[in-house]
Design a protein around this ligand. Structure first.
Ligand code: PRX
Length: 653
């Protein structure tokens, strides 16, 4: 990990309180109410979570212990309790709300479908029977590589219903990246589609699955393919099956399995500062409670709300707030296949107008793209159905926040800026919209039960206004349980950076932050070698490995450079093998190579060829210097550890 210099420079003093009208109707109505809730939870977090688990969820049988933290950092929540997430998302709503829309789906070309809770329940039961028929049993890993279509929700819920562990891989990842994840998770089945729509073109998904399996080492025996785009695909006899044909062979009677609270629910890969992506493991009971209650309170869900979270199901936000959180609450969730795109700059506002969306949750990078496309697009639509807005994925710059507030929210809708991670399972630091006044650029205060702090390396809280490491001092139900197949990496990455204080383990999030005099958190970005491009988290190491796997490349170092639209852009410094010379062609080829190895999200914006990279005498690349060079800044700070100072001069020139 690089040694960060954490300085906080952002000074933002504007405050926006929710209107009296909003607060009156909200679940948590005032700051005093939030404070009382927070203090009670902080005094005894386990009792707090146990009360909520009892009140909010259906359990087949109760737990014997709220939290087992006897073997830290391996937590067990609601020990021995029996539960099923698919039951909580579907079955329990059927009597009261069977005919309510569960999913409103909008395809990129403009096709749309509404699925009621009863219909979704039926499809999930049927598909769960398909999985059983294909030999999937509890604990098996199932890869899901699909576009944003209702079948991906059905597939995930069906896995949860029978206790299979889903591993969703974002449809924008390449065949190679898919293969790595399927191999690591030892997936036996993959569910995919012929293709999906993305920015007006068909993304071929099934061919990528074929290529991933052809590369070898996966344990995939069965591929189930749903038809979305109807282009020709090759079906391998005995291995590949059409979704609709299998569905026709089973009935829809499939009671939800009574799973253990700590049974694995899913594994989701995310990038870290070292090595290959980590399989973040979440389990059933704790994740169900955490995604449920955060969704309910932070988005202030009410009976008639239409909730739209724009994330792809390939990311944690799609898991927790497109699918599980809203459905566990019996809410109506919107699923949209499209992305912001210049060919249809009004598409998002059309969806809001058409489906009367009341809560809209998106990423700062999307907001910046909307700003660029022009106010005339939202201004030409009726957005009066909106009552609450949210953001996630990276710190939001105050200008984008103000635009969102004025142009989309008409200065009427509170904005919840939500800080969290794949690892945390759900939102951790956020305003409760009826209770907490917001400041543009701050995620404000911790959710009740979350003991968040800003600390130094020894675990001491740092004073207000000073930068430090964002940390969590007590386990919470939505926390990841381990890195799939690598307990040691879990311990090292998250629990050993900050020294345990009085034997108490502290969770290290990998972000720098400060608190202001009101206790508000200001997240300043990653302190490790992770970059955040358009809300996607990428390890510099992964991109460097991809570059070095090209025969022309000797060494590569990747850093992030500030970018108006994407937050950060990837800049790669590359040295070449002896016989190769720098050229525009080679640059293009290397960019293409990274896309092939990882996916378009990792395409470097810039590649700079160099004779050598700046290194310390012990051979460590000095990224701090490269970051400054990439951003066109003056090199400041200590360069005395640099092995060869002339390298720097050449890079600058
Ligand atoms: O750096 C923080 C940033 O995104 C990281 C987590 O990325 P990922 O696991 O991909 O999950 C993204 C969606 C939950 C964090 O370590 N981040 C996320 N939300 C915010 C944020 N940074 C500042 N403010 C946020 N609201």
């Amino acid at each position: 990990m690089s040694q960060p210099t954490i300085e906080s420079i952002l000074q933002e003093n504007r405050t926006f309180a929710p209107s009296a009208e909003f607060s009156e109707k909200a679940t948590v109505k005032s700051f005093d109410e939030y404070k009382a809730l927070y203090d009670r939870a902080a005094a005894d977090p386990v009792v707090f979570w146990e009360e909520l688990a009892k009140k909010e969820l259906h359990w087949f049988s109760p737990w014997t212990e709220g939290l087992d933290w006897s073997n830290p950092p391996f937590a067990k929540w609601f020990v021995n309790g029996k539960i099923n997430l698919s039951y909580n998302c579907l079955d329990r709503h059927l009597d009261s709300n069977g005919d309510k829309p569960a999913i409103i789906w909008e395809g990129e070309p403009g096709d749309s479908i509404t699925i009621t809770y009863r219909e979704l329940h039926q499809q999930v039961c049927q598909f769960a029977n398909v999985l059983k028929k294909m030999g999937v049993v509890k604990g098996d890993r199932v890869g899901i590589y699909m576009p944003m279509i209702p079948e991906s929700a059905v597939a995930m819920l069906a896995c949860a219903r029978i206790g299979a562990v889903h591993g969703v891989v974002f449809g924008g990842f390449s065949a190679d990246a898919l293969r790595d994840r399927l191999v690591d998770a030892e997936a036996k089945v993959v569910i995919t589609a012929d293709g999906g729509w993305r920015k007006d073109v068909v993304v071929p998904l099934k061919p990528a699955v074929d290529a991933a399996i052809a590369k070898g080492q996966t344990k995939v025996e069965t591929v189930i393919v749903t038809k979305r785009t109807a282009q020709d695909v090759t079906m391998e006899s005995g291995r590949d099956h059409w979704w609709h044909e299998l569905m026709a062979t089973v009935d829809s009677d499939c009671p939800a399995a009574e799973l253990d609270s700590e049974d694995n629910l899913f594994v989701l890969y995310t990038s870290g500062s070292t090595g290959k992506p980590k399989g973040v493991v979440h389990t059933t009971g704790g994740y169900n409670l955490y995604s449920h209650i955060t969704c309910k309170w932070i988005f202030d869900l009410q009976e008639k709300d239409v909730f739209w979270c724009t994330a792809d199901v390939g990311w944690i936000t799609g898991h927790s707030y497109v699918l599980y959180g809203p459905l566990s609450n019996g809410a109506t969730t919107v699923m949209y296949e499209g992305a912001p795109r210049p060919s249809n700059p009004g598409a998002f506002w059309d969806v809001i107008q058409k489906h009367k969306v009341s809560i809209f949750y998106t990423a700062p990078t999307a907001i910046r793209a909307f700003i660029k496309m022009g106010d005339e697009h939202p201004n030409a639509r009726d957005l009066t159905s909106l009552r609450l807005l949210g953001t996630v994925g990276e710190p939001i710059n105050p200008e984008a926040w103000m635009w969102y507030h004025k142009v989309i929210g008409a200065e009427r809708c509170p904005i919840v800026d939500t800080w969290w991670q794949t690892e945390t399972g759900g939102i951790m630091i956020t305003p409760l919209p009826g209770a907490i006044a917001t400041k543009p650029g701050s995620a404000t205060l911790p959710f009740p039960g979350i003991l968040a702090d800003v600390v130094d390396m020894d675990g001491n809280s740092v004073p207000a206004g000073e930068g430090g490491y964002l940390a969590i001092r007590h386990p919470w139900p939505g926390m990841m349980r381990t890195v799939y197949g690598d307990d040691n990496r879990f311990r090292k990455t998250y629990w050993e950076h900050i020294a345990p204080v009085d034997g108490k383990y502290i969770y290290f999030a990998g972000d720098g932050a400060r608190r202001d005099e009101d206790g508000y958190f200001w997240v300043m970005g990653r302190v490790d070698d992770v970059i955040n491009v358009a809300g996607h988290r990428l390890g510099t190491m992964e991109i460097e490995s991809a570059l070095v796997s090209h025969p022309a490349v000797a060494e590569a170092a990747v850093v992030g450079k500030p970018d108006d639209l994407k937050g950060e852009e990837i800049v790669a410094f590359v040295t070449l093998e002896g016989t190769h010379t720098a050229s525009d062609e080679l640059m293009k080829e290397l960019k293409k190579h990274v896309v092939k190895e990882i996916g378009a999200i990792a395409r470097p914006g810039e590649i700079r060829f160099a004779d050598a990279l700046p290194k310390t005498r012990s051979g460590k690349i000095m990224r701090r210097l490269l970051r400054a060079l990439a951003a066109g800044q003056e090199i400041s700070g200590d360069t005395s550890t640099l092995e060869d100072i002339s390298v720097l001069e050449k890079l600058r020139g």
